[in-house]
Design a protein around this ligand. Structure first.
Ligand SMILES: Cc1ncc(C[n+]2csc(CCOP(=O)(O)OP(=O)(O)O)c2C)c(N)n1
Ligand SMILES: [Mg+2]
Length: 601
């Protein structure tokens, strides 16, 4: 039988090293699904319950393996459902290829059923490359370019395949005018800034007395070099949320997260430094960086477009983090005056006490910080963590102490709800021998997470270490936003938009053949978690947490405090509990503020 377009397309993906596709069927891709069936020995098709989850999984695959993630969906509705997950990948600079169906070429332009102008729809998310297959001999070109461009640009690309062409005979491009002859293979180059620029960077860093470093996901491969630079310069290192797993939190000079979800030591580091070295990060909130003119800045990023974006840097260097720092290290002079470093270390030590004290505050019925604090101590060394957007991200950022070998991610730049569960599932497919743990709010569970649990029940027996844990913060509230409304707007909780109905997550897991544990007493947290880590199947931990515990920013501006108090007087139904809880946290926050707070809104 002659090779069909769809068979060739899947084969070509295999030749690029792709072994897994996350997707959901539909008649727009039936030809491709036939080919996937024929290629099942070499290409795994992971079926999701909602296409958005497939895109999140492809994104997580890229994040946790460094390879291209592939998702597939049918024309029209399927392609539309992928979009949010694809934007997550695009904004976090992950190489993901979406393969979507389309109406037959004979029907296109005829307002046919499920015909959506996918070129236009995908033109933003797959800006660098989106093309519709028009002729069988073009298949090679489209696959090769979509993968290559996704890698080169670290972004999302898309191939649109009309359903009738999927079943046509594949033809190699003829050796004639107007035909394209593409090839496999791509290797990232080593990009290092010019020697003279490295010298300039070293001079600035050597002159600085109080050096601060900020690292993001782009510094993941440069952990050793970041540590060496920090040691030499006596610097403190703050981590953007996506860079949480770059350095262990146990290092004495790592100030942890930065920003609204960040720590006080990171805030102090940025407010007091005279030199800023930013590596592999596009952390968006400038108000958490030094004031303009306060510090001399150097930024290193592989993506030249992301340079000089958040702080007026003196030097903007395009380069690979590891290679650039390696070139810099021999030129750096060890700072003999370690007083700045000592101050940072003292701040960090104090801060961990504050965090512990906050976690130990009682709440009704459970303080979410306590859950994360205890969980952190029990995490296996090589686990993979994913957090959702919501208060889980606050506690993930502050209370989880990352150790060497752990991986952790979340939707950093899109900050969308729902990646927690699909990221954890994707991590299990990529690393079946490692435990994955998703930290998710009840709102996100009900939006998409519960569907992901069905996918887990379908696949978990395949994983050599079957442990996947979902910790649900069951606070019956869209709590992060409820707090934003209070603190930023001075509004009371709007119950109609904020209340989340209760749902029996643990029972639900058990119905699906998984394990489920409900925790509604503080004294049960540790024994229940210890028990859960020993289970040999996926488990949902349904924790009844108190929505009155405030996810306080590391500093609260006067305006925010005023808004917050204002909301109380406007009849917030949770007002009294909140006043009690905030008061407890404020008492724990005994470190005096050294700098003027900024207005964040
Ligand atoms: C798709 C999407 N919709 C809305 C938001 C705005 N948002 C951010 S966090 C949040 C609340 C999430 O609630 P939940 O999952 O219950 O977590 P909690 O904050 O209660 O811990 C909302 C609505 C978003 N980020 N993404
Ligand atoms: Mg919630």
């Amino acid at each position: 039988m002659a090779k069909l377009v769809s068979d060739f397309l899947i084969e070509r993906l295999s030749e690029w090293g792709i072994t897994r596709i996350f997707g959901f069927p539909g008649d727009g891709i039936n030809g491709l699904l036939g080919a996937l069936n024929r290629a099942k020995e070499t290409m795994d098709f992971v079926q999701v319950r909602h296409e958005e989850n497939a895109a999140f999984m492809a994104c997580a695959h890229a994040k946790f393996t460094g390879e291209v993630g592939i998702c597939m969906a049918t024309s029209g509705p399927g392609a539309i459902h992928l979009l949010n997950g694809l934007y997550d990948a695009k904004l976090d600079h992950q190489p993901v290829v979406a393969i979507v169906g389309q109406s037959a070429t004979t029907a296109m332009g005829g307002s046919f059923q499920q015909e959506v102008d996918l070129n236009s729809l995908y033109k933003d998310v797959a800006h660098e490359y989106v093309h519709t297959l028009m002729d069988p001999s073009q298949t090679r070109t489209l696959v090769d370019r979509a993968i290559r461009i996704a890698k080169v640009e670290r972004t999302v690309t898309c191939i649109i395949v009309p359903n009738n062409l999927q079943d046509e005979k594949y033809e190699e491009p003829a050796r004639v005018h107007n035909s394209i002859h593409t090839s496999l293979h791509f290797a990232y180059p080593q990009i290092v800034p010019a020697k003279s620029d490295i010298q300039k960077a070293a001079a600035i860093l050597n002159e600085g007395k109080k050096v601060a470093m900020l690292v993001g996901a782009g510094a993941y491969d440069a952990a050793d070099e970041v540590m060496q630079v920090a040691e030499l310069l006596g610097a403190g290192v703050a981590k953007a949320l996506l860079g949480k797993d770059v350095l262990p939190d146990g290092l004495s000079y790592v100030t942890g997260a930065i920003g609204l979800l960040g720590t006080k030591p990171s805030w102090d580091l940025m407010m007091d430094c005279d030199t800023l070295l930013m590596v592999g990060s596009s952390f968006p909130y400038s108000e958490f960086l030094p004031k303009e003119g306060q510090a001399r800045g150097i930024q290193i990023d592989i993506n030249g477009k992301m340079l000089g974006l958040r702080y007026p840097m003196e030097l903007n260097l395009q380069g690979d983090s590891k290679e650039s720092l390696k070139a810099l290290i021999p030129l750096l002079k060890r700072k003999e005056d370690r007083s700045w470093r000592e101050e940072i270390e003292k701040n960090i030590e104090e801060w961990w006490k504050v965090i512990e004290a906050r976690a130990m505050n009682s709440a009704d019925p459970i303080n979410p910080e306590r859950v994360f604090w205890e969980l952190s101590k029990l995490l296996p060394d090589n686990c993979i963590l994913s957090s959702d957007s919501g208060t889980s991200a606050d506690w993930f950022a502050r209370d989880i102490k990352i150790r060497k070998g752990m991986r952790a991610s979340l939707s950093g730049n899109l900050a969308t709800m729902c990646p927690g569960v699909p990221y954890a599932i994707s991590a299990k497919f990529a690393h079946p021998d490692k435990m994955s743990i998703a930290l998710v709010g009840d709102g996100a569970m009900q939006m998409l997470g519960n569907n992901g649990v069905i996918t887990i029940s379908k696949y978990w027996k395949r994983w050599s270490d079957p442990r996947l844990m979902i910790v649900v913060l069951n606070n019956r509230d869209l709590n992060q936003v409820t707090w934003e409304q209070r603190v930023m707007e001075g509004n009371p909780k709007f119950e109609a938009s904020q209340d989340v109905p209760d749902f029996p997550y643990a029972e639900y897991a058990k119905m699906l053949g998984l394990d489920g544990i409900k925790i509604d007493k503080e004294e049960d947290i540790v024994p229940s978690l210890e028990y859960a880590f020993k289970l040999n199947r996926p488990v949902i931990i349904d924790v009844y947490t108190d929505p009155s515990v405030p996810p306080l920013p590391p500093h609260i501006s006067f305006k925010q405090a005023k808004n917050f108090m204002f909301s109380m007087t406007k009849g917030d139904p949770d007002a009294w509990d909140m006043i009690k809880q905030s008061w407890k946290d404020v008492i724990e926050n005994f470190i005096p503020h050294k700098n003027e707070p900024v207005e964040t809104k």
